[in-house]
Design a protein around this ligand. Sequence first.
Ligand code: AKG
Ligand code: FE2
Length: 382
Amino acid sequence: MPQRPSYYLLDSSNHISLFTMTAVSADIPLIDINASDQATVARQLVEGAEKHGFIYIRNLGKDIPVGQINRTFEISAKLFGASIEEKTTCTIQANNRGWSGMHSETLDPSNQKVCKTNTTRNYLMLTYICQRGDFKEAFNFGEFINGKADQPLPPTIQPDEDDLYTFRESCQALCMKLLGLLGQGLQIGEFFSKAHVTTPGGSATILRLLRYPAPDSTSHSTDDVRAGAHSDYGSITLLFRLKGQAGLEIQKQDNTWAPVPVNPPGTENDPSPPILINIGDLLSYWTNGLFRSTVHRVVFANEAGQTIAGEVNTGPRYSIAFFCHPAGSTQLEAVPSERVANFAPTGVVDNPHAVKSVMTADEHLQMRLRASYGILPDDKKK
Ligand SMILES: O=C(O)CCC(=O)C(=O)O
Ligand SMILES: [Fe+2]
């Protein structure tokens, strides 16, 4: 009998509504962050960050207007539809900004790119199977200064610069609000949000458009993934997905993989799917592992054949991620919270990047980028 997991929707009075679904999927809380009792919202966010590292933010258009999200998906389709030559002129640089083509990023270097020989019945025929990097292309936008992108933009999307800027600002404001609430929940006030105030030119925050080509347009093996297993490098990530497009999975505490539905029950009639937020490595460092920087990936199909009703793996898949980072010089030592001080890790560290260690936000980012891309060109040295 398949397990029938429960979903829960927490409202401001902590009322829990139960839902069931047929697929075994992630039990991620769904929170309305605009509920009037903000202290309760803060507590619910902290609880979600501790238990799951992933939280659905119900999107009724108050934080990020639905039109802005739809517009950004339109820009994304336009951008990825441009010629390879045009996109190549904006190839990703050491500052983590620009275009990365198919297989140029490997989010799980210890398990991807593993080449092995496979003997067939005819021993003279050796086939060489090689898992490749991620089956996706992406475009990273760094900071905008005075409303203008601080990097080359492909001509195809130059007319869309204002809309990209507007969307980026909305994402930044939502992250600041969430960081404020997480600080409130840990009783450390504005600690997190203040660390994210940067001088112009000093932010590592990235708005990333992603396109995963249709599975039947690529030759992939069952070992290949669209995005390898990884945790995110920043403090908090906002993820926008399109209704009906399957693929995202999170690693649960028992190490099994669970699909993350785009529209959990209770959101089907909302004007836009909920914004999925996840805790990145930096919040995990800052809280000595109390907040979970949960490992996730994007697959061609669930290994156990699980599907979410109304979602398919066919066709291209688009998503938008906003990776929020604090100032690069921020020391990632434990925050002065009693809850953090009282937290006793179980000793089971399922995410090697979430262990206790003091480094700066920038040192951590450089370490992760080197592991995913190898060496990136430095456009300043060109
Ligand atoms: O495309 C997705 O759903 C997830 C992307 C992701 O996890 C990432 O880019 O870090
Ligand atoms: Fe991610």
